[in-house]
Design a protein around this ligand. Structure first.
Ligand SMILES: [Zn+2]
Ligand SMILES: [Zn+2]
Length: 141
């Protein structure tokens, strides 16, 4: 069991259910930033009775409690991320995988804030291109 997860859910007065734990594990276990449907497919073998609606509901609650982040990298697909540290993403336009780019620049925020006078509290950045696996398949691109 995930101690942090259990702690956080308790503090928020949320029930700790098998479904909730499995949905969280499902996101954590897939480093590809899964969509709700992909989480559903990952959890189903372990919990055959779980429905897609239950997966959606639990993803929503886990996000509200700050245990997961929602990311939007491509064509309106909502994906879920268990990596809560500030980081960028790389979206492969061929296989659609989304991977973490462990980098984050406060400098961009500072300079933009200086130029515009806006109060910047964060930013999202997604790089696009071909991942190493897809490059091997399509060497001409
Ligand atoms: Zn790829
Ligand atoms: Zn990520």
């Amino acid at each position: 069991m995930q101690a942090v997860l259990v702690d956080q859910l308790r503090k928020a007065n949320r029930r700790i259910t098998v479904q909730r734990m499995q949905v969280f594990e499902g996101v954590k276990g897939l480093d590809s930033h899964p969509s709700a449907l992909e989480v559903f497919e990952a959890v189903k073998p372990r919990l055959p009775s779980i429905s897609l609606a239950t997966v959606y509901r639990n993803l929503h609650i886990l996000r509200l409690e700050g245990l997961l982040r929602e990311i939007h990298c491509d064509r309106g697909i909502t994906r879920f991320d268990s990596n809560l540290s500030e980081h960028y993403h790389f979206h492969c336009t061929s296989c659609q995988r989304v991977s973490d780019v462990p980098s984050y620049s406060r400098e961009i925020e500072r300079s933009f804030s200086e130029k515009t006078g806006l109060h910047i509290s964060g930013h999202h950045l997604t790089f696009q291109g071909l991942c190493n696996d897809c490059l091997k398949v399509e060497p001409s691109r």
